[in-house]
Design a protein around this ligand. Structure first.
Ligand SMILES: Cc1cc2nc3c(=O)[nH]c(=O)nc-3n(C[C@H](O)[C@H](O)[C@H](O)COP(=O)(O)OP(=O)(O)OC[C@H]3O[C@@H](n4cnc5c(N)ncnc54)[C@H](O)[C@@H]3O)c2cc1C
Length: 456
């Protein structure tokens, strides 16, 4: 690689994408340089916004020839710092790759550009009675390419799986400028390595995803949401498992602790959702072709403190308690976000233990717990802590491993957790990942420092 001056590189990129889509001015670059949590930021040499696969390939070639590393970025809603520059890389924004292909109702599939937002694809599929099958609170900004790169989870994993289960094909540009395109979306296609599966969850270190073939799911005609006050996480878990196993229309089983509920209520000015004080809240969402309420009500036979919404506005009002908690935490400070999974039986004890661990390591720090209870996925958020002090991260992630869990449930590793990846993956697995990275990106052009720890 030949190091070239930034002006020269900007000129080469402008000839590919047009001068309006190469941003050199610091004020124009700024929105791309800090992540959603504000914990991770850096300076980009340039921001470049290509409009199609051929332009992405040409940008990758120009950067490789100029010796300039690249950071792919979609909606910049990732929570582990993997989509923002660190050391003057070129930031490749996919926001102009937003094309939406026509929906194939027979296959229940659609091909979309990597920069299309989740909300745009949901709206595109809805008139065909179809849905993406993955849903998350950042839907208005998160892109399909970013969701593939992070193997995003969200609230419907227990019904439809995470992003990997929804990917029927991927097109991507490798570090060498080669375009891999496998978008036929055949349900059965045993012709070698699953490259789309490999790119899913690769966090931008193996290739730049440019288009995605999505396997859609039926969109339920009727939906109902219930928010329940629970006496503890044990009880919430027992109720959640009974609903998961007994009510086929269950789409989401979410929980939040009392501290999270108090914070979101004060941030968003929301009234108490149900009467009384409760240490834990359980949100249950069901969706089906027929009214799911009778089966849900029958399954919740015990008297519970509950609010139920059947109409769209009422359902959205109940979801707001759970979905706006991320925003409430962001408004309260710069959080340490530790997204982890535990085996379901270990979860209630873990919740108590993790609170004790945090207060032992950092007295005065505030711990908030919420997440996707059906998947054993807890978002441990810690406020009132120096952003650079990672003693709490270390203690929490080691506790997760002792209890048989994973250090990342759905947000990925990014730069936030590279140090701890060896806790969840064996040296042999890390060596295999490094060998794949070296084979596809021998110069280390794509997202250096993300996902794989140095020397792994
Ligand atoms: C309010 C809120 C709620 C959220 N809820 C959830 C949730 O329930 N479940 C969940 O899993 N996540 C959740 N997230 C996290 C985030 O939305 C997801 O990780 C999402 O998949 C990121 O998409 P993005 O387009 O914003 O990606 P970015 O943040 O831009 O990038 C994320 C990573 O993907 C890489 N990348 C992005 N685009 C491409 C591409 N085209 N090709 C190659 N690499 C690429 C980046 O380099 C980076 O490493 C939430 C975030 C917020 C702010």
């Amino acid at each position: 690689m030949r190091a070239v001056a930034t002006d020269e590189l900007a000129g080469a990129l402008a000839r590919i994408v047009g001068a309006a889509h190469v941003l050199a001015d610091p004020s124009l670059r700024a929105p791309y340089e800090t992540d959603w949590t504000r914990r991770f930021s850096g300076s980009a040499r340039l921001v470049v916004r290509p409009a199609g696969t051929a332009e992405v390939a040409a940008v990758v070639d120009a950067c490789r020839e100029a010796g300039a590393a690249l950071v792919p970025q979609g909606g910049n809603t990732g929570l582990v710092g993997g989509g923002v520059p660190r050391h003057g890389e070129v930031l490749l924004s996919t926001t102009r790759l937003g094309g939406l292909g026509s929906v194939d109702p027979l296959a229940a599939q659609v091909t979309v550009g990597a920069g299309a937002t989740l909300a745009a694809v949901q709206a595109h599929a809805a008139p065909h009675g179809l849905d993406v099958g993955v849903d998350l609170g950042a839907r208005d900004s998160a892109t399909i390419g970013g969701m593939v790169a992070t193997n995003a989870g969200g609230v419907h994993v227990l019904r439809h799986g995470s992003m990997r289960a929804r990917v029927a094909g991927v097109e991507a540009v490798l570090a060498g400028g080669q375009v891999l395109s496998h978008l036929a979306g055949l349900r059965k296609d045993n012709t070698g390595f699953d490259l789309a599966g490999l790119l899913t969850g690769s966090e931008g270190v193996l290739g730049v995803v440019t288009r995605v073939r999505l396997q859609l799911v039926p969109r339920p005609a009727r939906r109902v949401v219930a928010l329940l006050g629970m006496p503890g996480l044990d009880a919430a878990l027992r109720t959640a498992v009974a609903l998961r196993d007994g009510v086929p229309s269950v789409e989401a089983l979410e929980f939040m602790d009392a501290a999270s509920m108090a914070l979101v209520r004060s941030h968003a000015g929301l009234a108490a959702p149900v009467p009384g004080e409760h240490p834990v809240f359980l949100l249950v969402a069901c969706g089906a072709a027929d009214d799911p309420l009778p089966a849900l009500t029958a399954a919740l036979a015990e008297p519970l403190s509950a609010a139920v919404g059947t109409e769209r506005a009422d359902r959205a009002a109940l979801w707001a308690y759970r979905e706006r908690v991320t925003e409430a935490v962001g408004a309260a400070g710069v959080p340490h976000k530790l997204d982890v999974t535990l085996p379901l039986p270990a979860l209630p004890a873990f919740a108590d233990e993790v609170r004790r661990t945090i207060s032992d390591v950092a007295p005065g720090a505030r711990a908030l717990l919420w997440g996707h209870l059906g998947d054993g996925n807890v978002h441990v958020n810690v406020l009132d802590l120096d952003p650079d002090d990672d003693r709490v991260d270390d203690a929490v992630l080691r506790l997760v491993i002792r209890r048989g869990g994973s250090i990342s449930a759905e947000h990925g590793i990014g730069v936030a957790k590279t140090r701890w990846l060896p806790l969840s993956r064996t040296p042999e697995e890390l060596a295999a990942m490094r060998a794949i990275k070296n084979a596809l990106d021998p110069c280390g052009l794509l997202n250096p420092g993300v996902l794989l720890p140095a020397g792994a």
